[in-house]
Design a protein around this ligand. Structure first.
Ligand SMILES: [Fe+2]
Length: 213
């Protein structure tokens, strides 16, 4: 037991194992931008969107859509652009990855959904558009006790946590990060292998912005 206590004492400062504090050694995979948005206004915008679109359908709501196409506008941009995940023989616990017949790109969702333009998310979009080429913009919900498949994406992402809890982590390669829901914006190199998990008891909501090449 003494050895164990000594080992804990020797942990370097900044090890991200305590709630509410972000990783001190983010490195090049996760960079916190200089800009910070108003977290109360982000929450207000989120609450409004949740009254407009069905988050339960995919745990995602799209805020951008295909130019001129309004059918299913809230979900056109949701999910993987490359793969569908289908259950095998109707078994929800046995799923397989199937490549889509048409693979869209991040360039294919250039229009902001009209209802978004009256929300704070539009300010976020306009502000970040001055620095980045923005593709899809989505609300992502992660339910408690869930994680993402281990994967990598074709481009980097901006993450803006809106509702979080101490059990949320982003894992890139072998490094674990905690992103804080205080209006901060994180540029994440999701072209590296990664996953995320919600080990808390409440839903997690992020605003996710995919960058175009
Ligand atoms: Fe990803």
């Amino acid at each position: 037991m003494d050895d164990y206590l000594n080992m804990i004492k020797e942990l370097p400062e900044g090890v991200p194992n305590y709630p509410g504090k972000e990783s001190q050694h983010m490195g090049i995979d996760v960079q916190k931008l200089d800009v910070r948005f108003d977290i109360d206004k982000l929450k207000e915008a989120l609450n409004f969107i949740l009254t407009q679109a069905d988050i339960d359908r995919m745990d995602q709501i799209g805020l951008t859509h295909i130019a001129g196409l309004y059918k299913d506008k809230w979900h056109q941009s949701c999910g993987s652009l490359i793969y569908d995940y289908r259950s095998v023989n109707g078994d929800p616990n046995n799923r397989t990855k199937v490549k889509k017949s048409y693979v869209a790109t991040e360039n294919d969702f250039p229009e902001i959904i009209e209802e978004i333009k009256s929300t704070y998310f539009y300010n976020v979009y306009k502000t970040l558009s001055t620095e980045f080429k923005i593709g899809r913009m989505r609300i992502m919900r992660m339910k408690p006790w869930t994680c993402l498949t281990w994967h990598h994406d074709s481009s980097k992402r901006l993450h803006i946590p809106i509702i979080s809890n101490p059990g949320n982590r982003l894992v890139i390669n072998t490094t674990c990060h905690q992103l804080i829901a205080d209006g901060s914006v994180y540029l994440v190199d999701t072209t590296q292998d990664h996953s995320a998990f919600n080990g808390g008891l409440e839903d997690r909501y992020n605003l996710l912005i995919t960058l175009r090449e």
